[in-house]
Design a protein around this ligand. Structure first.
Ligand code: 13P
Ligand code: SF4
Length: 303
């Protein structure tokens, strides 16, 4: 089957099964183009919660498909590549949070959606990179534990000095490796460009940015800006949407290291196989689902 035939087959299977394809902004261009909805983590979880499709094919990583299943338990949720995971989500576990809670029972836990269902179940509320500030500000307590991303946590901490935010030591292996000297070099090469970065980058990189936001917020900023060139500090998959939306503007990636290996695992063929063979179905056990739903729903109510 060539690519054109595969695209046609995917469209047929989608109709036949009443399926919707959700894709994250970091997916490869062909996958983004076949998707019904492309977006950041918040938008995709909102869409998963409200879709009337019977099947959700989630082109992203496991925690995203798992959140979709928690929010839409009656739908069949498929993750096309079984081992598409997020290394940062694996940097915190439920048992460690239970130990923390025993010692600090009054300290609420805010967990970034890049986390397992078990971690969400032990947390008070979830957040994404686009609503983290709003979520943290909504918490009445002065002391908070933020897991697992120390970079997003530290970016939020700067903006709410009145609160004591304890940071977990997790990080995104893709964003964390960008260095501030690489930002300097990009600025020297493109002096008129604005620097747009994701808050998963380190503090040293975030400090040099003109704008910090989630993938959707970066896309929105670039579209509305009158500037003609941008230095991008987030995963390279975002360039597809940026260039599609702004054919007259230039986009330069800070570093070629901004490639998330897990986000790049899903191909068109995987989407086809997912729809054809109903693979790989995400299941979340009932009790765990109910406990993790609380923190996700609290977030969606505030967003
Ligand atoms: P957002 O699209 O919500 O900014 O998330 C970034 C990310 O790293 C997802 O894995
Ligand atoms: Fe995880 Fe980072 Fe990849 Fe997002 S970009 S899935 S946070 S490793």
């Amino acid at each position: 089957m060539n690519e054109k035939e595969m695209i046609q087959e995917i469209q047929c299977l989608k109709k036949e099964k009443n399926a919707v394809i959700l894709a994250h902004n970091y997916q490869i261009p062909e996958v983004q183009d076949i998707a019904d909805i492309v977006g950041d983590s918040l938008k995709l979880s909102q869409e998963a919660a409200k879709t009337d499709a019977d099947v959700i094919v989630f082109a992203g990583v496991r925690f995203m498909a798992e959140s979709a299943k928690i929010l839409s338990p009656d739908k069949k949720v498929l993750l096309p590549v079984y081992d598409a995971g997020c290394p940062m989500a694996d940097m915190v576990d439920a048992e460690s949070l239970r130990i923390f809670k025993k010692e600090y029972p009054d300290v609420p836990i805010v967990c970034y959606v890049n986390s397992s269902a078990e971690v969400k179940a032990e947390s008070d509320i979830c957040c994404t990179s686009s609503n983290a500030l709003k979520i943290v500000k909504s918490i009445k307590k002065d002391k908070i534990l933020f897991v697992p991303d120390q970079n997003l946590g530290s970016y939020i901490k700067e903006q709410v000095p009145e609160k004591e935010i304890i940071l977990w030591e997790g990080y995104c292996i893709t964003h964390h490796r960008v260095r501030s000297i690489e930002v300097n070099a990009a600025k020297n090469n493109h002096p008129n460009a604005l620097v747009l970065v994701h808050p998963e980058c380190s503090k040293a990189v975030v400090e040099k940015a003109d704008f910090v936001g989630s993938t959707a917020q970066i896309i929105d900023y670039a579209k509305k800006s009158e500037n003609k060139s941008f230095i991008i500090g987030t995963e390279m998959g975002i360039l597809h949407q940026l260039r599609k939306d702004n054919p007259d503007k230039k986009f330069y990636l800070i570093s070629p290291a901004l490639t998330c290996y897990n986000m790049k695992k899903t191909s068109l063929e995987d989407i086809y196989n997912a729809l054809k063979f109903d693979q790989y179905e995400i299941k979340v056990e009932k009790d765990l689902r109910q406990r993790s739903l609380v923190s996700l729903e609290r977030m969606l109510k505030i967003s």
